[in-house]
Design a protein around this ligand. Structure first.
Ligand SMILES: [Zn+2]
Length: 450
């Protein structure tokens, strides 16, 4: 096998410059010293200026932080805090806020999360996008943005600004509402780079495979963003569109950009000058050793409007041990395979995740999306799967429900629940036209409360 040479991403040099290092190369030691200083500044800033953090953090908190490990003594910030007390987290006047992002959540409070960003906070995101996009984009490229673009300061709008700085040509298409229309636009514009939401990109690829295989697409590289992504989705998109697929880990709470893969595709390379990462045991809240899977917790290091301290993301992953072939010194986190909130009980000590369903169902021919709903009656757990198939997909007649049950029964938790005679499954096929487009919000198994 030919050994490929992977070059370091621009992130190392960018971060080395950002932290004001005197060395020509980024080192872990310089980064750790910078991060400790920034954590102290952030915590002091939040304690002084945010009514929430003034009450939430212990008195004299700045003096308590003498090394990075000391951060683990501080309390977490949770989704519930954001929902209930978001405005009290602000460290600046509302007049200094340039952008407010409202996220509808499945949280228990029923209130949306609101994130507040100043102009400088937005600039940090553009700066990161510029570096991250340069891994897969060069000057002169045509980049179709299939993310929300319409509003000023939206993710697609910031991405477009970053691409212009790179000398690339952004094409703001927005999220897909009609597969046919989107595909036509890709053909007309001859976009060679695409940025979009995983499940939507999969639907687009399958639609292309079904109906337009001969149409000339100029696509070379695709960046997936905004939701966890299963390996099945990455493989399918890459195979059908014959593109290199890069994965980006983004989250509004963390200023949209968190980390991106390099050409070796071995974990997200982290935006470590702006974010400090911890991995904790979701049950006990204790920090976990390197390499163990747990919940990702972030502290912002450079945000002024609404810094977040030890924010629990609900995302499950791990810091990858060892070195990336590209030679980066940045931490790498494994692909986000599932969200904590997505673990659904199928009986005692038995859990099912949306990611497991994705892995098995989305590779079936013609399936462009599905919903999964769980309900519980006195005796049984009921799993209802609705699969969406493209009407004109040639394989629609050949896909049998028995094949779907077969792949579902290959999931360990489903097999166990079946063995225990606790589970009833119902599979439904729904035929949809090109106007169907998978939801752009985060994917999750729905639980029906009866
Ligand atoms: Zn790398």
């Amino acid at each position: 096998m030919i050994k490929k040479n992977f070059t370091k991403t621009p992130l190392d040099n960018w971060i080395n410059h950002k932290i004001g290092s005197a060395s020509a190369f980024l080192t872990r030691q310089a980064l750790a010293e910078y991060q400790l200083r920034k954590l102290q500044e952030t915590i002091d800033w939040a304690y002084q200026h945010s009514p929430f953090y003034h009450a939430h953090l212990p008195e004299g908190v700045k003096k308590k932080l003498n090394c990075l490990a000391d951060l683990s003594q501080l309390p977490f910030t949770t989704t519930s805090h954001l929902e209930k007390q978001g405005l009290q987290m602000l460290c600046v006047s509302q007049g200094e806020i340039q952008r407010v992002v409202t996220l509808v959540t499945s949280g228990t409070t029923g209130q949306p999360k609101r994130l507040y960003f100043t102009r400088e906070d937005q600039e940090l995101t553009i700066d990161f996008f510029c570096q991250a996009m340069s891994i897969l984009t060069k000057a002169g490229d045509y980049v179709a943005i299939l993310l929300p673009c319409e509003r000023q300061g939206s993710v697609g709008d910031l991405l477009a600004s970053a691409l212009e700085r790179l000398g690339a040509q952004p094409i703001k298409q927005g999220i897909i509402h009609d597969l046919e229309e989107t595909l036509q636009k890709l053909i007309v514009t001859q976009a060679n780079v695409l940025v979009g939401i995983p499940i939507q990109m999969l639907a687009l690829a399958k639609f292309y495979e079904a109906s337009h295989k001969q149409a000339p697409l100029a696509l070379k590289r695709i960046l997936l963003s905004t939701d966890y992504v299963s390996e099945a989705i990455i493989q399918e998109i890459g195979r059908i569109l014959n593109c290199e697929v890069f994965d980006h880990y983004g989250m509004t709470e963390m200023g949209l950009g968190v980390g991106i893969e390099c050409c070796a595709h071995q974990g997200y390379h982290m935006r470590e000058a702006d974010l400090y990462l911890e991995v904790i045991d979701p049950q006990t809240g204790r920090n976990l050793p390197l390499g163990q899977v747990g919940e990702l917790v972030f502290t912002t290091l450079t945000r002024k409007g609404m810094p977040l301290i030890r924010y629990r993301t609900g995302d499950l992953s791990r810091i990858l041990p060892g070195n990336c072939p590209c030679g980066t010194v940045l931490q790498r986190i494994d692909t986000i395979r599932s969200r904590k909130v997505g673990c659904i009980s199928l009986g005692e000590n038995n859990f099912l995740t949306m990611a497991e369903l994705d892995e098995k169902l989305l590779v079936l021919p013609g399936i462009i999306d599905f919903t999964a709903t769980i309900s519980y009656d006195a005796v049984f757990i009921l799993l209802h799967i609705q699969l969406f198939l493209l009407t004109d997909y040639s394989t629609i007649d050949s896909l049998k429900k028995s094949a779907v049950y077969d792949v579902l029964e290959r999931i360990d938790s489903i097999r166990l629940a079946n063995d225990r005679r606790q589970l009833k499954m119902k599979v439904e096929f729904l035929s949809v036209g090109t106007e169907f487009s998978p939801k752009s919000s985060k994917r999750a198994i729905q639980v029906l409360v009866q």
